[in-house]
Design a protein. Sequence first.
Length: 160
Amino acid sequence: MDVFDFRILKILQEDATLSLKEIGLKVGLFSPSAVSKRIKNLQDQGYIKRIRAEIDYTKLGFGFQTLTMIRGKYGPNYKDIIASKLKEIPGVVSIYFLLGDVDFIIYTITKNKDEYTKILDKLSSIPEIERSDTRTILEIHKEMDFSSINLMDESSSNFV
């Protein structure tokens, strides 16, 4: 990875809809094909997992968002068993396995509390789950904003 790759990553995390020409102008590469090759290489090497649209689910009627903390019942492969069951529940959009008192946090998006109640019913039917504790999200002030992460080593004189 060189300074151009770091700059390309920074730009893509902010706005992946820019054309190759626009990205090139911002990073100092004037050949769209060179930018394309670099992006393809970053994907092949696993630096870029995927490029996707950021959708405003509230505009689609999905305005009920929650964070649910889950404590599992310890046993062989309990985290893998719970995770595989959580993945199957509609409305669960993120699953995080943690260290500490809480084993998992799941982020859910549903249309309303009645739909979320269906998720709670499914959680309570999973025998490997000891208990859950839910928080309703009222406002999001910052979400998935990676702009504060310096992609380059601070000892370098070139920052992105």
